[in-house]
Design a binder for this molecule. Structure first.
Ligand code: 5GP
Length: 121
């Protein structure tokens, strides 16, 4: 799938659509999900134009890959849900059709602040 510059997260990255920002650096932007599924529901997205995790793994630079993984940890610490600062959380990426991905810009969901429960419904 080619990257759609008009997807909602591309618009958030360009500052055309507002978000409740949690964290930003050279590689990632993190903000709260507009429709939270748990007490804490954050999203972490790479700044580069990647449709999903497979597309990212195949095309992103090593710096971008490290930046995203480190970014997840930084956000978890900031939200006090990391192993260091809290009681843990779930990081989840939906990938394409069977994964149930709705927004075609790679994103990790971070769920926390309470027990997340069953892994798959
Ligand atoms: P997916 O199903 O693609 O893994 O998840 C997309 C997520 O993006 C959903 O949890 C949805 O609530 C969230 N989302 C969709 N539009 C917006 C938006 O405009 N702002 C924010 N903050 N989240 C959004």
């Amino acid at each position: 799938m080619t990257y759609d510059d008009n997807n909602i997260f591309a618009k958030i990255l360009r500052g055309e659509v507002p978000c409740k920002k949690i964290y930003e650096d050279d590689y990632v932007l993190s903000f709260y999900d507009i429709n939270p599924q748990k007490k804490i529901h954050a999203l972490v997205i790479p700044k580069g134009k990647y449709v999903d995790l497979d597309n990212f793994s195949e095309n992103a630079s090593s710096e971008e890959i490290v930046g995203l993984i480190k970014g997840i940890n930084t956000v978890a610490k900031k939200l006090n849900i990391s192993v260091d600062t809290g009681k843990g959380y779930r990081a989840l990426a939906n990938i394409s059709e069977h994964g149930g991905q709705e927004v075609p810009h790679l994103h990790f969901h971070l769920f926390g602040g309470e027990r997340i429960g069953k892994m798959v419904e």
